[in-house]
Design a protein around this ligand. Structure first.
Ligand SMILES: CC(=O)SCCNC(=O)CCNC(=O)[C@H](O)C(C)(C)COP(=O)(O)OP(=O)(O)OC[C@H]1O[C@@H](n2cnc3c(N)ncnc32)[C@H](O)[C@@H]1OP(=O)(O)O
Length: 171
C-alpha cells in the first residue's frame, strides 16, 4: 500500500496565453481548447500524487460562464481532493486575466477523475490523500458523494449501492 500523501503535494498551477489559433471567429477561447488545457493541468496533479502514468476516466459537468478573450492569460489550479483504489478526483479552477486592463475573472471549475495505470494500462493502487485545510477537508468529505453519483450516471454502480445518495435518489 503506497504511503498517504498530503493534498497540497499535488497542487499544479498552469498558465497559458490565448493565441489566435485557440479562438473562434468572435475571438473567444474555444471550449474544447480550454478542456484540453484543463485536462493537462489535472493530469499533472494526478501524476504528482500517484507518481504513475494516469488516464482521464471522466470529466464532470463544465460550464462556460464567461468568455475568455484573445490575448487573455488563462491560469489553472489543480489539486487532488481524494484518492480511492486506483482513481483520483481532481478539482480544477480556472481564471482569465487581461493584464493590460488589470482585470481578472474566475471563469470555470470542474472535477476530473484520473486512474493510475501500469505500463499495460491496468489500474494500479494510489496513495490515500491527507487533507489539511478546511477547504481540502470539505472537498475530501464530499468526494465520496460525487464519486457515487458519477459512477451511477456512468452505469458503473447500482443506485442501490450508492449509500451517500440515498436521500437524493430516494432509493
Ligand atoms: C490524460 C488522457 O487524456 S488519457 C486519454 C483518455 N483516457 C483514456 O483513454 C482512458 C480509457 N479508459 C480506460 O483505460 C479504462 O476504462 C480505465 C483505466 C479508466 C478503467 O479501467 P477498467 O478496466 O474499467 O477498471 P476498473 O473497473 O477496475 O476501474 C478502475 C477505476 O476506474 C474508475 N472508473 C472507471 N470508469 C470511471 C468513470 N466513468 N468515472 C469515474 N471513475 C471511473 C473506477 O471507479 C475504479 O476506481 P477505483 O479503483 O478507485 O475504485
Amino acid at each position: 500500500m503506497p504511503q498517504p500523501k498530503h493534498a497540497h503535494e499535488s497542487m499544479t498551477v498552469m498558465t497559458e496565453m490565448v493565441l489566435p489559433n485557440d479562438t473562434n471567429t468572435l475571438g473567444n477561447l474555444m471550449g474544447g481548447r480550454l478542456l484540453h488545457f484543463m485536462d493537462i493541468a489535472a493530469a499533472i496533479a494526478a501524476q504528482k500524487h500517484s507518481n504513475r502514468l494516469v488516464v482521464t476516466a471522466s470529466v464532470d459537468s463544465v460550464s462556460f460562464a464567461e468568455p475568455i478573450r484573445l490575448g487573455n492569460i488563462v491560469t489553472m489550479k489543480a489539486q487532488v481532493t481524494r484518492a480511492f483504489s486506483s482513481s483520483m478526483e481532481i478539482f480544477i479552477e480556472v481564471w482569465a486575466e487581461d493584464i493590460p486592463a488589470g482585470h481578472r475573472v474566475s471563469t470555470n471549475s470542474a472535477y476530473y477523475t484520473f486512474v493510475a495505470v501500469d505500463q499495460s494500462g491496468r489500474p494500479i493502487e494510489v496513495p490515500a490523500v491527507i487533507p489539511e485545510t478546511d477547504d481540502e477537508k470539505e472537498r475530501y468529505a464530499s468526494a465520496l458523494r460525487r464519486r457515487q453519483l458519477r459512477l451511477v450516471l456512468a452505469g458503473r454502480m447500482n443506485a442501490q449501492e450508492a449509500t451517500e445518495l440515498r436521500e437524493f435518489l430516494k432509493v
